[in-house]
Design a protein around this ligand. Structure first.
Ligand SMILES: Cc1cc2nc3c(=O)[nH]c(=O)nc-3n(C[C@H](O)[C@H](O)[C@H](O)COP(=O)(O)OP(=O)(O)OC[C@H]3O[C@@H](n4cnc5c(N)ncnc54)[C@H](O)[C@@H]3O)c2cc1C
Length: 289
């Protein structure tokens, strides 16, 4: 049984932001992190602000230059959006292996990002797409990169009076491959052992942009920037891919836990980064044929 808690139910974003500014309260979206946590604590919960009626935070808009995703967009919404496979292929691959369908129907993008877990599956794809977040408070809005938002284990740059209202990114251009792979202990409903997202852009046979984002192998999801730098400026060969995979494994700071040892995770990063970069090079290169 859930312990008792107070629920505020604003009907507009303004009302929600005022409540957040004036009461000690926590935003409640799908509740798939918050409610299990409340149950596990077993003591009377605090005050939650339901985002359920804030329809303006829900949905995905596409333009040629930008994809704008509302904070309350669910994992199922990602799977049902017909333009998403080209606007964010890695995000679609991720949504397919995220929990089961009941959780996917409730779990939101904002909840996944704001919880700040190192195993948050939404985050590596969005980091690999250079996503930006817009946060709102009663004092106004600010936009920052997802990379700058993630500070440490379950620690983000969100202030207590702020709501994440949207996530945006530029859709991949021709010659860009964007891939994700989740390694778990089983195919469905498993916490990620290692999550890898890569984005590679190829122009005239050379790699002009590389992003490698890793989940579950450090206190927070992060970009392996040295590995990215090893790839830019030339074609991706077995040697450059191997160097980048090695650098990504070295940048990881995994822990031993019930799901896998740190050594296994580091090894998996090496193998998966190599595999995804090889596939990305072939996919991006073939778009110019
Ligand atoms: C059975 C099960 C399976 C799961 N499988 C996976 C999985 O495969 N991969 C994975 O990554 N996660 C998984 N999860 C975890 C969870 O479903 C996700 O993290 C989900 O995206 C959280 O979203 P939510 O809307 O339910 O967030 P909530 O639980 O409502 O909130 C989570 C946190 O985000 C904050 N928050 C929510 N919305 C906002 C906002 N707009 N602005 C500011 N703060 C906000 C809340 O205050 C809270 O701190 C699973 C959970 C369960 C119970």
């Amino acid at each position: 049984m859930l312990p008792p808690f107070e629920l505020l139910e604003p009907h507009s974003l303004d009302q929600a932001l005022k409540m957040l500014a004036t009461s000690e309260s926590v935003p409640l979206a799908g509740g798939t992190n918050l409610l299990p946590d409340l149950r596990a604590r077993g003591e009377a919960g605090g005050r939650f602000i339901s985002l359920a009626a804030l329809d303006q935070l829900h949905g995905i808009e596409h333009s040629d230059s930008r994809v704008l995703m509302g904070a309350r967009t669910t994992l199922s919404d990602i799977l049902h959006d017909p333009l998403m496979p080209t606007a964010a292929p890695s995000l679609v691959s991720m949504a397919k292996v995220f929990a089961g369908s009941m959780v996917r129907n409730a779990a939101t993008v904002a909840g996944n990002i704001c919880y700040g877990s190192p195993s948050a599956d939404v985050v590596p794809p969005l980091l690999s797409l250079d996503a930006e977040l817009t946060l709102a408070s009663a004092a106004g809005e600010r936009t920052l990169s997802l990379n700058d938002f993630l500070l440490d284990y379950k620690k983000t740059a969100r202030r207590p009076d702020e709501l994440l209202i949207s996530v945006s990114w530029a859709p991949p251009t021709t010659g860009t491959a964007n891939l994700f792979y989740k390694l778990g202990r089983r195919r469905g409903d498993a916490i990620t052992v290692v999550g890898v997202a890569v984005t590679i852009t190829i122009e005239k046979g050379n790699c002009t942009k590389a992003r490698i984002a890793l989940g579950s192998v450090a206190p927070t999801v992060f970009r392996a920037q040295e590995a990215e730098e090893a790839l830019v400026g030339g074609p991706l060969t077995a040697t450059t891919i191997g160097t980048a995979a090695q650098a990504a494994a070295q940048a990881s700071r995994p822990i031993d836990d019930i799901r896998a040892s740190a050594d296994y995770r580091r090894h998996a990063v090496h193998m998966l980064v190599r595999r995804l970069l090889t596939e990305a090079w072939q996919t991006a290169g073939s778009q110019h044929d």
